[in-house]
Each structure stands twice: as structure tokens, then as C-alpha cells.
Design a protein around this ligand. Structure first.
Ligand code: OXD
Ligand code: MN
Length: 598
């Protein structure tokens, strides 16, 4: 299991420093081999940390149960630590590195006692690709090591690049539960909430995470590196790091186009990324479901890559009906967290199948019987699965692809039509900036269900000042022109009439995608409204659709009285920029009011 010698002085010195600080029992360098993964998985099962699922039903798959206090990203404990507060901006929790570092160093001191320290070199994006970036995560969590193995490209080839002098982001993680001799290790060790820190130091390109073992708090390649640190790197280097899926679409004439889509957490990104189009002759292929890194290349087009190598998807709600391709993706080699366990050692969650089993072991490890009030799975239960398991994976999923359309969206029961197109790219930036959605269980928050603004679906992920982020989108767009740039759309699958959704969603969303692709080719299939271009229903593919014309009219309606309320709410939201509101947003808001005659 011996890895390559670490020849890189920076890496070597850093590992030694962390060893001295955290005092682990031993150190393992992650080589990225299947053998190393399998051996660690076996050990986790042997020590009772993980449960091996039924190999006949779910080969090579594990179930973990987290501590009930450690079940989601914790935005209140997530920090952007820059020397000046204004560099973190109004949307981030800021602490000066001068205050934060000593506080965290005292927590890290001896924090890995009694544990193994894993050193995981990883690449976000194909190893060696120009758009990829490297990181090294040091962690005392075997769960993190196994998950990072799936979610990133790890191992010796990455070490080769680091040894050759390529930069890497230092990512330090500890569960914050040192083991003194004789102490029993809990199944899911973690620190109390007030000791949890998910800290980012963009000026040093460094991440320090302490006290949580769950998802984005601990798998540092994902939200911490690929969004927060990457967005700040991208600002300096002239590219974009975005919370977006990437989808390849082939229409009935075999024309291929690529789109990206930004949706807040748990709003159906994974479902859209694996869509089975209902339109005859159409084919969709998956490139990514959560993160897109994008840059304008010499031809003036915007290209995207998915920096991840796996899916960390929300399990509840995933079913043969909602996402058959995800169901195939998680048939094997998958880690499940906080789902329920069936009597035959397989997994269960809400809405998996119509018929509930009579008995389960719930996500806390207790018996659950049909009819019990408490649900057996956690609403933010997850699966971690290799991207190569995905039956709709595009062959070229590792290469940069040219983007024709960018979608923004969220859960909005009213006001926002099924789809509208921005008048131009700048107006599209405004649409991104006013995105809103009902809060979901992906984050610990008491306001689940209320609408919160989530600009570009990046509210918890912009690693610097949001005013500069908006300006950066504008600056990037100036490298090309509206002809070549992707067209921008705002979609809303979640519009309701009282309590029922007006739009069937899932495969039928391909009708909206068809309209969008037609728009990228300049087809006159729209009606102009004050908020943008909506479908002309006479030119929208309604054939075989089980939605009445009246409902369709409701779905694309732009109603002045609801928009008056929306505009007030946007104005209110924009107050958070104080004196630093980007000009483009002020101008766009004024133009919107003028178009409505407000
Ligand atoms: C995620 C999230 O896990 O956005 O992807 O919370
Ligand atoms: Mn996400």
C-alpha cells in the first residue's frame, strides 16, 4: 500500500506539520487503488462503522449512519476568512485569519490522537487537463477517504503532478474527536456544533474543516474547493466555478448541444442531469450533476467541465419513476448515508417505491414499523456513487464541452413562468442574481419551505464578495459577444395552482429544453413580456402532453400584480449590497420597472 515518495517539499513539510499538530497514530497515503478502497471498506465493516449491504442486491456497497447532529452542510459554521471583511462580502460569515487560526489550531492540537491520518492527493477534473485543479486532503475520517475516492480522481498520478511542481489546495479535515487510551470510538465521531468550523482561506488557497464528518463539510473537494476556493481562483484567473449541472442533448435530427443549469440544493439537478426525454427521437446524456467549471476559449465560446468523478445525491425522492438512471447508478459500488435498512439488508427511503415495507431499521439504527409517524430515512440522506456507473454518461464526459444555454431555476410556487429567456447576456446575469427558491433539507435551517434568494444557486458557495462575483460574470462575458455566448434562461418546474403542481416535470421537461434549443438557434417561437421571452404556445411542442391549454397559459403567464410584489422583494433583497450594488443590477432593475410601467 506504499505510495510514491513525496518529493514535493511544500507537501512534505505540510504533512509533517500536521502530524506534529494533530498527533495521529499513523499515516496512510491514498494510492487510489481498488485494493486500498476494498481493504478500508472491509475494516470499516469489521469495526462496526459501516454496514455491508446485501452483496446480491447491492454489490460492494456500504451504509453509514451519521450522528443526528451531523446531517447536512452547516452554513452558520461555514466561514470565509480573508484579511479584510469586505473581501468576504455580505453573504458570507467572515472571521479574520488572525482570530480564526489560533482558535482552530487549538482545536486541531492532538485532534487525531488514536486515529489514522489519510493523505489524499486528488484532481478536480481529468488528471492533467488544463482546466483541472489539484488538492490534497488530510483527514482522520476513513468515511471521507472512501467518499473522496469516489468523488474525485485520487492517487499516485496526482502525486506525480504535485511532485512535478503543480500547485495544489491544502485541505485539512478532522472529525474533532481525539481518542484517549481506553476511550470507545462512537460509530460517527464528530464535535459539538459550536466547535464545528468549515473555514476557507482564499488568499492562501487553503481549507480547514473541523468537527463535522458529513458531505460538503468534510469531502473538501466538492463545495469547499470546487466552489468556494475555485470561485475565488476563477475571479483572479478569468473563469467561472458554478453550482451547475452539465447535460448533453441530441435532438431527433442528431444535432448535439450542451447546456448547464444552476439550481439550489435539492431542487432536482440530479434528475435533470439524468433526464429521459419524453420527446420522440431525443436523447440526453449526463456530464455532471452539481458543479461546472467554465471558461471562454479562443473561439469565443464558453466551455465547461465537470470537476467531479462521482455523484453525492439526495436519496429521498429518487425512484424508478423520478430518476431511473440514478437508480441504475446506485446499483453497486455505492456508499449510502442515513438511508433506512430493509430486513434483507438493502436500502430504503421515502418514495423509493409505492408500497412501504412492514419493517425497517431507521437512519438512527432503531426499529421502524409501517405506520410509524417518524420517517425512517433522513430527508438529506445521500448516495455517493461513481460517475462511471451512470447509464446515460456521455462518452466525452471528461472533455470540455461548448455550452449553448445556461439555465437558472428554483422552486417557486408562483410568479415565475415555466420558462423565460433573458433579452441578452447582461439581462441573464440579472436573472441569475434574483434567483429564489424554497429552502430544502440540504442545509440545516429552521425555515424550510420559505423562499430565499439564492443568486446563481451560489449563495452558500461564493468564496468572495458577491458584488465582485456579479462584476466578474460581466467581465467574463466581455471576452466574447452575445452571438457566441450561451443564451440564458430561467426555468421553474414548480409553479402551483393551489397545492398541485401545474407542470408534470421529469421527462416532460425535455419539451422546455426543445424550446430552449430552438431559441439558441433563433427560432421565432416566443412572446415578449416585461420579464423576458416566454413560449408562444402555438409554437411549443404540446403533442401528447397531458396538460390542458388553460394550465399551459397559466404556466407561462406573467402577471403584473404578482411582479409588483416580486420587484419589491428584489429591491428589498438588493439592500444587502448597501453602497456596493453592481451598476448592472441597478440598471437592470430600473429597466424591468420601466417595462412594467412601475
Ligand atoms: C449538494 C448541495 O450537496 O448543494 O450538492 O448541498
Ligand atoms: Mn449542490
Amino acid at each position: 500500500m506504499q505510495s510514491k515518495i513525496i518529493e514535493n517539499q511544500t507537501l512534505f513539510t505540510w504533512i509533517e506539520e500536521i502530524k506534529t499538530l494533530c498527533r495521529p497514530n499513523d499515516v496512510v497515503i491514498w494510492t487510489g487503488t481498488q485494493k486500498q478502497y476494498d481493504e478500508l471498506a472491509d475494516e470499516e465493516v469489521k469495526t462496526g462503522k459501516a454496514i455491508r449491504l446485501n452483496p446480491e442486491k447491492r454489490p460492494n456497497s456500504l451504509l453509514y449512519r451519521s450522528d443526528p447532529s451531523d446531517v447536512a452542510r452547516i452554513e452558520k459554521r461555514t466561514f470565509i476568512s480573508t484579511s479584510k471583511e469586505e473581501n468576504a462580502g455580505p453573504t458570507n460569515n467572515w472571521i479574520s485569519p488572525k482570530d480564526l487560526k489560533p482558535r482552530m489550531l487549538s482545536l486541531y492540537k492532538n485532534s487525531m490522537k488514536g486515529r489514522t491520518m489519510y493523505v489524499i492527493p486528488f484532481s478536480m477534473g481529468l488528471i492533467g487537463l488544463g482546466m483541472s485543479r489539484l488538492g490534497v486532503e488530510i483527514t482522520d475520517s476513513p468515511y471521507v477517504a472512501l467518499n473522496m475516492h469516489i468523488m474525485t480522481r485520487t492517487g499516485d498520478k496526482v502525486l506525480d503532478l504535485i511532485n512535478n511542481g503543480q500547485d495544489f489546495v491544502k485541505c485539512l479535515h478532522s472529525v474533532g474527536y481525539p481518542l484517549e487510551p481506553g476511550m470507545k470510538d462512537p460509530v460517527w465521531p464528530c464535535a459539538p456544533i459550536e466547535e464545528k468550523y468549515i473555514s476557507h482561506f482564499p488568499e492562501e488557497r487553503m481549507i480547514w474543516s473541523y468537527g463535522s464528518g458529513y458531505g460538503g463539510n468534510a469531502l473538501l473537494g466538492k463545495k469547499c474547493l470546487a466552489l468556494r476556493i475555485a470561485s475565488s481562483m476563477a475571479e483572479k484567473e478569468g473563469w467561472l466555478a458554478e453550482h451547475m449541472l452539465i447535460l448533453k442533448l441530441k435532438d431527433a435530427n442528431n444535432n448535439v448541444k450542451y447546456i448547464t443549469g444552476a439550481f439550489p440544493s435539492a431542487c432536482g439537478k440530479t434528475n435533470l442531469a439524468m433526464i429521459n426525454p419524453s420527446l420522440k427521437g431525443w436523447k440526453a446524456e449526463t456530464i455532471g450533476d452539481d458543479i461546472a467549471w467554465m471558461e471562454i476559449k479562443d473561439d469565443g465560446k464558453m466551455y465547461a467541465i465537470n470537476p467531479e468523478a462521482g455523484f453525492f445525491g439526495v436519496a429521498p425522492g429518487t425512484s424508478i419513476r423520478s430518476n431511473p438512471n440514478a437508480m441504475k447508478t446506485i446499483e453497486k459500488n455505492t456508499i449510502f448515508t442515513n438511508v433506512a435498512l430493509t430486513d434483507d439488508n438493502d436500502v430504503w427511503w421515502k418514495d423509493l417505491k409505492d408500497e412501504e415495507p412492514n419493517h425497517l431499521i431507521d437512519w438512527r439504527g432503531n426499529d421502524w414499523n409501517k405506520g410509524d409517524i417518524l420517517r425512517p430515512d433522513h430527508p438529506n440522506a445521500r448516495f455517493t456513487a461513481p460517475i462511471i456507473n451512470c447509464p446515460t454518461l456521455a462518452k466525452n464526459y471528461e472533455s470540455p464541452v461548448p455550452i449553448s444555454a445556461i439555465l437558472f431555476g428554483g422552486r417557486r410556487p408562483s410568479t415565475i413562468p415555466l420558462v423565460h429567456q433573458s433579452f441578452d447576456f447582461e439581462h441573464g446575469i440579472f436573472l441569475g442574481s434574483i434567483m429564489g427558491s424554497e429552502i430544502t433539507a440540504a442545509v440545516l435551517d429552521e425555515n424550510i419551505g420559505k423562499v430565499r434568494r439564492d443568486p446563481f444557486a451560489m449563495l452558500p458557495f461564493i468564496g468572495y464578495n458577491i458584488s465582485n462575483y456579479i462584476q466578474h460574470w460581466l467581465d467574463v462575458s466581455k471576452k466574447s459577444n452575445d452571438e457566441l455566448l450561451p443564451k440564458i434562461f430561467y426555468v421553474n418546474w414548480f409553479r402551483k395552482d393551489k397545492d398541485t403542481f401545474l407542470w408534470p416535470g421529469f421527462g416532460e421537461n425535455s419539451r422546455v429544453l426543445e424550446w430552449i434549443l430552438q431559441r439558441t438557434e433563433g427560432k421565432e417561437n416566443f412572446i415578449e413580456t416585461p420579464i423576458g421571452l416566454v413560449p408562444d404556445l402555438d409554437k411549443f411542442n404540446l403533442e401528447g402532453l397531458s396538460v390542458s391549454r388553460t394550465k399551459m397559459e397559466e404556466l407561462v403567464k406573467v402577471d403584473k400584480s404578482t411582479w409588483e410584489i416580486e420587484i419589491k422583494s428584489i429591491e428589498n433583497y438588493f439592500r444587502m449590497y448597501k453602497n456596493n450594488i453592481p451598476h448592472i443590477l441597478k440598471n437592470q432593475l430600473n429597466n424591468l420597472k420601466k417595462r412594467f410601467d412601475i
